[in-house]
Design a protein around this ligand. Structure first.
Ligand code: IVH
Length: 672
């Protein structure tokens, strides 16, 4: 890197090492040694340094984990060796039979040992390291070929971008989401009006296959390596290879136990089963593997399974209980959600007293009634589900459940649209909707207002002190002190938090508005497009479509949703009030240098490129160039990667925009 001053390069290398170490401690060992503030400080320093010297933003930098630009559909890649399935068993007899078969398949003097470990319930991937760098990652696919998802895997912080082993290494791992993380995502999703994920496995699998790595980066994915496929010279046995991977900073489950005989195998499995509820992630069984790689080789595989491994499945955990009541709640979006309140019962280590019934369609399908004996399950699901009703246990007096026709909170007649299974309260002033929207507005990922909990919001809404989020900024400490359990100090704290939230950037305000279809990433893009609340309010209704379609990744549904939000008079009034209260500061789009080889030129970058698109954009801006999302008549160059869409090429031809490939761009940016 010729143009980077040596002290900047040195500090950069130092920061990379330090941040990687902290990531490892946090994401792999779950044992951080510095607090979030100190970590953020290092990270910010790195971002600043790379902003000043874009050449430093190499793919291995932690800053690149925020995800590259959206990409075209995945390319297929062939796995190093087929990713086979595992033979399954649910009972000890079959397990004994497996151990006997292994012994019979090996030379008489061989004393096979077995490695017992958890079977993680996630989405399996293959990761390839070459010369110490992660170069490729793929999904399982059909076992022979999978989808190439390298850019998505780069966003997973527990997976190191570089390792201190330069020989070729190909690994298999499970991508999982911790239960506690899924709970959080699901709360956010239901608040954004999206369907919650049924279980961590679906959430992980869905996240990995998303086309926009920036969205993937927001998902709390973790990788747990369970096998070395290439590079077994690391160690002669599977258990030792896992230990070696750990030394390299790779994430493993750390739960393997080597067993000498079938009795030890049983006890190791029982141990895992007992600890199951304490694991942060879901498992659906234990895997028993022949430990010695040489023995594995001799045993080989059938077309479907290796002969050296078997899965002992635990099965879903279920319990039977009574439905005491079916209660209907109303969320921020007005959606009515039926919840079964249950006679408390033990299930998978917790006492369960509520189960989600999701929506009217599901209640109708199951025909759950108050008084029913039901079976509830927690097979990966966070919130237990009612899976079946024992109709034979009915007395005949159980009334069928009917969804209310008026909102249980404000009594407004509900609406049920044709394509929606959701029943909604259409009243924007419904106290439940108001409470929900204010709570959403105040959340960490939005306006981040401390000390403003759900109970306090409820009191304020019920007393008519809050009708919308703008009212927050008119509250004062004297008024607050009149509430239950609110002292002078706490009242002042609440007011201080509310007032300091006025300094949040505009994108957080947009997130906090809770526009349907618009999550954090889209909110940021929208905020960058408009710049500030003032500028957004100045958008003329006839320009809205054009502005929104210029945002990459904004499809018709999102555009329609934002448009109808912005055109609704009540929303305009709210935004105007917020502007008068001077809530939020502009969200700045990334900085463009004033001078440089690309000054006065504009670039539209398209296709699949060798490096992350965000990095290319940063380099263009650092050289003084401007970025266009679309080919326009004032675009100077169309920078093309592979698989460029015909429409962009046609537009460039028609408008006389010149084409550049990545290498030509690099030359131009260096002043060539
Ligand atoms: S070993 C040749 N170990 O289970 C197959 N698999 O049913 C060797 N899985 O596709 C598999 N945890 O996604 C192995 N500790 C573990 C595992 C594990 C989860 C998954 C994996 C595999 C599936 C097979």
């Amino acid at each position: 890197m010729p143009d980077v001053p040596p002290d900047a390069a040195r500090r950069h290398a130092q920061l990379l090492t330090e941040i990687r170490e902290h990531d490892y401690r946090y994401y792999v060992l779950d044992d951080p040694v510095i607090d979030d503030g100190a970590y953020d400080g290092l990270y910010r320093e790195l971002v600043e340094l790379e902003r000043g010297h874009p050449e430093l933003a190499i793919p291995e930098s932690p800053t690149q984990r925020v995800g590259a630009e959206p990409r075209s559909p995945f390319k297929m890649v062939k796995h190093a060796a087929p990713m086979l399935s595992l033979d399954n068993t649910y009972n000890q007899g079959e397990l004994q039979e497996f151990v006997r078969r292994v012994q019979a398949g090996l030379p008489a003097q061989a004393k096979p040992r077995f490695c017992v470990e958890p079977k993680l319930d996630g989405s399996s991937i293959e990761v390839v390291y070459r010369e110490g760098r992660m170069v490729e990652g793929s999904t399982r696919g059909d076992g022979v070929t999978g989808e190439e998802i390298t850019v998505n895997l780069r966003t997973i912080r527990s997976l190191p971008a570089t390792i201190a082993e330069h020989r070729p290494l190909t690994l298999r791992a499970e991508v999982v989401i911790y239960r506690r993380d899924l709970e959080r995502i699901n709360v956010e999703r239901s608040e954004a009006g999206a369907a919650p994920f049924a279980n961590p496995r679906n959430a992980a699998a869905g996240s990995l296959r998303m086309l926009d790595p920036r969205v993937v980066a927001k998902r709390p994915l973790r990788a747990v390596v369970w096998q070395v496929v290439e590079g077994p010279e690391l160690a002669p046995t599977h258990s030792e290879s896992l230990a070696r991977l750990r030394e390299l900073g790779l994430p493993t489950h750390r739960l393997e136990r080597v067993c000498d005989d079938v009795a030890e195998v049983f006890s190791a499995i029982a141990d895992i089963q007992e600890k199951r509820k304490d694991f942060a992630y879901e498992i659906d069984g234990a895997v028993v593997k022949v430990d010695n790689f040489a023995h594995q080789e001799i045993l080989g595989a059938t077309a479907k399974f290796p002969r050296w491994a078997i899965a002992y499945k635990f099965g879903a955990e279920r319990a039977a209980t009574r439905v005491l009541d079916i209660v209907v709640g109303v969320g921020r979006t007005g959606a009515l959600t039926p919840v079964a309140s249950l006679d408390p019962v033990e299930l998978a280590g917790t006492t369960v007293s509520r189960a989600s019934l999701h929506n009217a369609a599901i209640v109708e399908h199951l025909d759950v009634r108050v008084g029913d004996l039901v079976s509830i399950e927690k097979a990966g699901e966070i919130i237990p589900q009612v899976v079946s009703v024992d109709t034979s246990a009915r007395s005949g007096k159980e009334p069928s459940f009917v969804m209310p026709v008026t909102c249980p909170v404000c009594r407004t007649p509900v609406e049920r649209s044709a394509e929606e299974v959701v029943v909604r309260c259409p009243n924007p002033l419904c106290p439940a909707v108001v409470r929900g929207s204010i709570f959403h507005f105040s959340r960490r990922f939005a306006m981040d207002i401390d000390h403003l909990g759900e109970a306090l919001i409820e009191q304020l809404v019920d007393r008519g002190m809050l009708r919308d989020v703008a009212d927050l900024y008119d509250l004062n400490a004297e008024e607050l002190q009149k509430l239950d359990r609110m002292g002078t100090k706490s009242a002042q704290n609440v007011i201080a938090s509310i007032q300091s939230s006025r300094a949040r950037t505009f994108d957080r305000l947009v997130t906090g508005l809770g526009i349907p279809q618009i999550g954090q990433v889209a909110a940021r893009q929208l905020a960058e497009r408009a710049g500030s609340l003032e500028a957004l309010l100045e958008w003329k209704s006839e320009d809205i479509d054009e502005e929104l379609s210029a945002i990459s990744g904004f499809g018709p549904k999102m555009i329609e949703s934002v448009k109808s939000f912005l055109l609704e008079p009540a929303h305009r009034e709210l935004l105007t009030k917020l502007r008068e209260l001077r809530v939020s500061v502009p969200t700045r789009a990334p900085h463009t240098a004033e001078h440089g080889p690309a000054a006065g030129k504009s670039f539209c970058v398209t296709g699949v490129l060798a490096r992350p698109r965000e990095q290319i954009h940063a380099e263009i801006r650092a050289a003084g160039g401007q970025i266009h999302d679309k080919v326009r008549k004032d675009t100077t160059y169309l920078v093309t990667g592979e698989k460029v869409g015909k429409s962009k090429l046609d537009a460039a031809k028609k408008l006389g925009v010149r084409l550049l490939d990545e290498a030509e761009l690099a030359k131009l940016l260096q002043g060539g």
